[in-house]
Ligand binder design. Structure first.
Ligand SMILES: Nc1ncnc2c1ncn2[C@@H]1O[C@H](COP(=O)(O)OP(=O)(O)OP(=O)(O)O)[C@@H](O)[C@H]1O
Length: 602
């Protein structure tokens, strides 16, 4: 199906190192085969479901053979009422059998499909953790949510029905055809006459409509993004009086999404209806050809009647088969998105291994780019275990980027980072993450209780340990003043709390983690002077005997650092203690002077 080509071409991550085994011929497997390859331990359930479906379809076809016998009876003048009553009873029983096996089949395949899609979704979310932070953040949250939640969900019905029913509805007409061929090969050929015409029209539909469907999917994603942005940015929209224009954009995207679906349906409705009408119309050639053969005496009228009735039996499974056409298309596109996500490049980290005993950090000639633009141009620094190191410099100079690379949120592009003498690319991500507590200025809180948010630092911590750490981080009192104390929900991304409150909770969370290396990236940016003193005290408790890496604009908070690195334009401009840097009179002393002046004028 050409959907595969398009889906691979549209793969937003397709220039990446693939993480799944591609096929040897370089082509991606069909979406259905790919989906089936993901069924793992549920394969047996699908096999059972297919078997039940085949039995179900066989039950639904058997009445046609009973009908043949009834017509036979009528034609041979059988007037025994019990004969016909018996046949009717058999037909009723066959109908019950059909309903029973169809239900068993769909029940099994729905259960298996829910489990398989659940696993695919789990793999997608786990994948996000293994990808570099930047690759995840480049995707809009609306589009990612749409792929992982809605679009995977939308495959459920199709996948659950396609596996058993497609197989059953393909096998049964084949058996009927073989049977008709065994009765009379000429009639078998007559049955096939409508097939090529219907198939050509079907292929035309499938070929051309893929781009319409792709467009419909893209415009739905745009609509998703616009609505997520509209809701997320509602404060900015209101403050800047952009309600009308933002709403107009939302409406425009909604129309675009609706219209793209209409165009898709407009394109495929004609060829689809034509092939749906022509392909199953096997009676069209069968009736006249059969009539001629009966008249010429080369086909018995009994066989002719039997073939006519069986031809009617062919129609339903053929129509069911064809109705899966656009489902294949939809599945192809969704599977393409899911595979693109699962194939996205991962951070180079082993699954197993040890983390080093020592915690000295070293950066050697580290280069890093966001997309094309290099922002770090050869950073080298040593951060001995237990030291207090500060990164200062103008805004945009690359301080946060260095911190993120040290915390292994991204991979370096060139150069190396070592922890305890070991290249961090040789340390499993989970073990490495255990070494770090990272507090930044925009710490994310989950919409759970305050207690659960702090406990994320150490899921095994008791309630009293959580409260103890909150006291140390200076947030115990304000937490108690909240409506439900520690059980208060913090709102989406912590939206029910002030910036300073969020920050103190994040510090408590980091303290609870008890990691040997603590990174504070503008961690006190939102804090008022009174609380800053409190937090400084708690930070010093948090970092006793630990490595502390601080990024700060307020230089007064880092004067005690063992070493200050002055970063300018992605390079280290200077380094040393506060006094050493002041004595050299470079960028740092200019920054210090500016800092003092602001303080004096405040
Ligand atoms: N996710 C990103 N994608 C693209 N460019 C980025 C991204 N994050 C940062 N940059 C760019 O990289 C450069 C360094 O940014 P970084 O955040 O490391 O600077 P910083 O010194 O921490 O700044 P600040 O003090 O203002 O927080 C800047 O030019 C910034 O615009």
């Amino acid at each position: 199906m050409n959907g595969e080509m398009i889906e691979e071409g549209k793969n937003k991550w397709n220039n990446s190192r693939p993480t799944e085994n591609p096929r040897h011929d370089g082509k991606a497997p069909s979406p259905i085969l790919w989906a089936l390859s993901q069924t793992g331990s549920h394969k047996r359930e699908y096999v059972k479901s297919v078997l039940f479906a085949i039995i179900g379809v066989a039950f639904s076809l058997a009445p046609y053979f009973v009908m043949v016998e009834i017509v036979d009876g009528l034609m041979s003048g059988n007037r025994d009422f019990s004969f016909y009553l018996g046949k009717c009873l058999i037909t009723a029983l066959l109908w019950i059998g059909r309903v029973l096996f169809h239900s068993l089949s769909t029940g099994k395949s729905h259960a298996a499909t829910f489990a398989v899609l659940g696993e695919i979704r789990k793999r997608c979310t786990e994948k996000l953790l293994r990808m570099p932070l930047g690759a995840v953040q480049e995707q809009s949250s609306g589009a990612l949510k749409s792929t992982i939640i809605e679009r995977i969900d939308s495959m459920e019905t199709t996948l659950a029905h396609i596996v058993p029913e497609f197989t059953a509805n393909l096998l049964i007409p084949l058996c009927i055809l073989l049977y008709i061929f065994s009765l009379d090969w000429r009639m078998g050929l007559a049955e096939l006459l409508t097939l090529p015409i219907g198939l050509v029209s079907f292929a035309v539909m499938m070929g051309g409509s893929q781009k319409f469907y792709e467009h419909a999917v893209e415009s739905t994603k745009t609509l998703n993004n616009t609505s997520v942005e509209y809701i997320g940015g509602i404060q900015v929209i209101k403050v800047f009086g952009k309600t009308k224009s933002s709403y107009a954009r939302f409406v425009k995207d909604a129309y675009e999404a609706a219209n793209s679906y209409i165009s898709w349906m407009r394109y495929y409705i004609l060829p689809m209806t034509f092939s749906l009408a022509v392909m199953p119309a096997t009676l069209l050639p069968v009736l006249p050809i059969g009539g001629i053969l009966v008249r010429s005496g080369t086909l018995s009228s009994n066989h002719f009647v039997m073939i006519l009735i069986l031809s009617v039996g062919l129609v339903t499974p053929l129509i069911t088969l064809m109705s899966y056409g656009d489902d294949f298309q939809t599945m192809g596109t969704i599977m393409g998105e899911v595979r693109a996500l699962l194939n996205a490049p991962e951070m180079e980290r082993p699954k197993e291994g040890d983390s080093p005993e020592k915690n000295d950090l070293a950066l050697r000639d580290v280069h890093f780019s966001y997309k094309e633009k290099e922002v770090l141009h050869g950073i080298s620094m040593e951060i001995p275990e237990g030291s207090f190191v500060a990164l200062v410099g103008p805004s945009g100079s690359g301080k946060s980027t260095i911190a993120r690379l040290i915390a292994s949120l991204w991979d370096v592009e060139k150069g190396d980072i070592f922890l305890g003498g070991k290249d961090i690319r040789e340390i499993p991500q989970e073990l490495y993450s255990e070494k770090f507590a990272f507090v930044s200025q925009d710490n994310f809180l989950f919409n759970r209780s305050v207690r659960e948010n702090i406990r994320l630092g150490n899921p095994a911590a008791t309630d009293s340990e959580v409260e103890e750490v909150a006291r140390k981080a200076g947030c115990h009192d304000f937490i108690l003043s909240l409506e439900k104390g520690y059980d208060t929900l913090v709102g989406n991304a912590g939206g029910h709390l002030s910036g300073g409150e969020r920050q103190r909770i994040s510090i408590a969370r980091a303290m609870l983690k008890a990691a040997p290396i603590v990174i504070l990236d503008e961690a006190t940016a939102y804090t008022d002077p009174e609380n800053e003193a409190l937090i400084q005290r708690s930070v010093s408790k948090l970092t006793e005997g630990k490595t502390l890496i601080v990024i700060a604009h307020r230089l007064s908070t880092i004067v005690d650092a063992d070493k200050i690195f002055v970063i300018e334009d992605g390079r280290i401009n200077d380094s040393g203690t506060h006094e050493e840097l002041l004595s050299r009179g470079g960028l740092y002393s200019a920054m210090w002077k500016a800092h003092e002046e602001v303080k004096d004028n405040a």
